[in-house]
Design a protein around this ligand. Structure first.
Ligand code: HEM
Length: 152
């Protein structure tokens, strides 16, 4: 039986309130819309590759990418558009949402995955994405990065 004493200890914490707020918003809107639709997602993607290009600590993953990051800005935008509930642009162009083949030539191990997620978290903060959305996105990106890993 659930009583007050067995309720989640953090039920009234600021983080729990933020989660509840986003859950209510998601009843009427997609995450794509909550993040600002096309302009909002493009701002996140631009921030992601700007951070990767700028901050030395991401050199390991920056060096895996081609010198020109502009095609990746388009690809990641198209992927995230569909992944976040907006137009499925990546699938329309590639026929599949699968990212395994795209990453096969690279050594995407635990360290690379952690760097990718850390780069994305910094990008979300720099793009001034609200904390309540970042709370939800961070673990979702972590799961995606784990799926992209190809070190066994
Ligand atoms: C886990 C660490 C990851 C590493 C090290 C990594 C690295 C890379 C590299 C090196 C490329 C090719 C870049 C180029 O052609 O210049 C690429 C492509 C791509 N990555 Fe990742 N990636 C990671 C995770 C992710 C995640 C989590 C997502 C999605 C949320 C993602 C989405 C994409 C997309 C959409 C492409 C382009 C695919 C295409 O156009 O066919 N990657 N990635």
């Amino acid at each position: 039986m659930v009583t007050e004493t067995t309720a989640q200890p953090d039920a009234n914490s600021p983080a729990a309130k933020r989660r509840a707020e986003v859950a209510a918003e998601l009843a009427n809107k997609t995450m794509y819309e909550l993040l600002g639709s096309e302009d909002g997602i493009k701002a996140i993607v631009d921030s992601f590759y700007d951070v990767m290009d700028r901050d030395e600590e991401f050199a390991l993953i920056r060096d895996m990418h081609k010198a020109d990051l502009s095609p990746m800005r388009v690809s990641l935008f198209e992927f995230l558009s569909g992944w976040l509930g907006g137009p499925p642009l990546f699938i329309e162009r590639n026929g599949s949402p699968c990212l395994t083949g795209a990453h096969a030539p690279y050594n995407v191990d635990e360290q690379a995955g952690e760097l990718w997620v850390s780069c994305m978290n910094r990008a979300l903060a720099e793009a001034e994405v609200e904390e309540k959305y970042r709370d939800l996105l961070a673990p979702a990106f972590e799961r995606m990065a784990d799926m992209v890993r190809n070190d066994g």
